[in-house]
Ligand binder design. Structure first.
Ligand code: SF4
Length: 293
């Protein structure tokens, strides 16, 4: 596999997730250790419950597409098809959910999933929903990581809207012309009645990027919502104003790690409290551990 840097090789990563960048603002070292030793403090039950809530929200606006990819090309097709159909119905449904977003920063591939795109009073608004089990309002440190996430989504959208990234760049970086859908997957597409001229990765990726590039009146204000997992109630809603300079600052700071220009940073002393929630403390990470406990 091709790795864009030694850091990517060390973590065995072909692309950077937007959530990795957000996590760098919680604890970069923890983010790295998650890749080296397995995820930190989120229990599989919580991940499952969060996923269920997102699926419930998604099912309110779209019919689930039952396709079972057999290889990476099939997987990309499914992702683009789902994104393209949801974005094509945005004006009608006023809402699209779980839209994948692709881009490049320096020579790194970036990927993420925008939780929600809404049409609100004629403008298009990006929304990130975070489900919480706790009824406590999230701390500033928690909201910061979520804000970073939504800002980078917006930056990637801007890159497509301003033609800094799109189908052609994607095609050259991912070499999709050399990928083929499996026969089994094509049979599934036929069974769903998907037109033959759409059944190629080239065509569906073109349509996907085109549907993003045609977003109208993208609002500079983005919404971050915290939702109680048990009741579905919105506990807190935050409005974030997009600032391209700030987005560039975030990327410039975080990419230094991915380029290997610095080691992963642990939390600063004033944020040692985060270590009590971290399973690596005292084991793989002894930065703030004096061995007393
Ligand atoms: S113990 Fe603290 S500094 Fe070390 S990885 Fe965990 S959160 Fe980061």
């Amino acid at each position: 596999m091709y790795y864009a840097s030694e850091t990517m090789r060390k973590l065995k990563k072909a692309s950077i997730r937007v959530t990795d960048i957000a996590m760098q603002y919680w604890c970069e070292k923890q983010m790295e250790l998650n890749y080296l030793f397995g995820p930190s403090f989120i229990s599989p039950d919580k991940v499952h419950a969060g996923k269920e809530m997102h699926e419930k929200l998604e099912s309110e606006v779209s019919v689930p597409i039952i396709l079972q990819p057999k290889n990476y090309a099939d997987y990309l097709f499914k992702d683009f098809y789902k994104g393209y159909t949801s974005m094509s119905l945005l004006n009608k449904n006023k809402k699209a959910r779980e839209i994948s977003i692709y881009g490049m920063v320096d020579n790194f591939k970036l990927i993420g999933k925008i939780d929600e795109v809404d049409i609100n009073n004629g403008s298009t608004v990006i929304v990130e929903n975070k489900t919480r089990e706790s009824t406590k309002i999230p701390s500033e440190a928690q909201t910061l990581t979520n804000k970073i996430q939504i800002i980078i989504y917006r930056k990637l959208l801007n890159d497509i809207l301003q033609e800094r990234f799109g189908y052609e760049k994607f095609n050259s970086v991912y070499s999709i012309s050399k990928m083929y859908l499996t026969d089994e997957f094509i049979t599934q597409l036929d069974a769903l009645g998907i037109e033959k001229n759409l059944q190629s990765l080239n065509e569906i990726s073109k349509r996907f990027f085109d549907s993003i590039a045609h977003i109208k009146n993208l609002n500079d204000e983005m919404h971050l919502r915290y939702i109680n997992r048990n009741t579905g109630e919105v506990m807190k809603s935050i409005k974030i104003k997009y600032d391209e300079n700030y987005a560039m600052e975030i990327l410039s700071f975080t990419m230094k790690y991915w380029h290997g220009l610095r080691q992963a940073l642990p939390v600063p002393e004033k944020e040692i409290w985060k270590c009590s929630f971290c399973k690596f403390r005292g084991k793989e990470c002894k930065v703030w551990y004096n061995g007393a406990e």
